[in-house]
Design a binder for this molecule. Sequence first.
Ligand code: VGL
Ligand code: ZN
Length: 216
Amino acid sequence: MAEAGMIQPTDGDVLIVTDVQYDFLPGGALAVPGGNEVIEPINRLAKAFRHVLLTQDWHPKGHTSFASSHPGKKPFDTAELTYGTQILWPDHCVQDTPGAEISRDLHIPHAQLVIRKGFDPAIDSYSAFLEADRRTTTGLAGYLRERGFSRFFCTGLATDFCVAWTALDAKAAGFDTYVIEDACRAIDTNGSLERALQDLKSAGVHIIQSRHIARE
Ligand code: VGL
Ligand code: ZN
């Protein structure tokens, strides 16, 4: 029996591990501070979930989210694109490069799906559900519904971008959504972490810690 206030993962629950890829880890092209610290908690959490999904940021060379694709711009500047304001990043997670590989230190042999995102040259995708035009779907909501999942638990990189956007879209799609805060790390550019946490709270996404997940 789980202790009061603890969450016991069941068959209707799914854990998503966002973008734990070399370019987001120390030494990577878009290293998230402390990014490697998510690996141990994620490995532990994954053992408690029967159903685990991974995401992989997967950009073609010359992607529109790269500062290098916009003459005169540098990383962390913004650009006005057809779908709105885009933060420009260093080139990262280029398809088929070592930086785009999922960390081999993750030990989740039972992971069931890897969902790639950001592969359209002209549209970024922080969310695993909807691309940045907020129209093009990845099909993930349909996959989750068809498999009958109801609770959606988020971990990985980065809290303030891919994790937050994925969690907000999961909630909007009708899933009871949790962000496991200590199993995530943030980029935190221009107040982005504070804003993301506010948005998650106002949307009714639960922010919890990995110790709230029962292991047995
Ligand atoms: C991400 C910025 C650009 C993320 C991906 O995984 O949070 N952030 N691409
Ligand atoms: Zn990206």
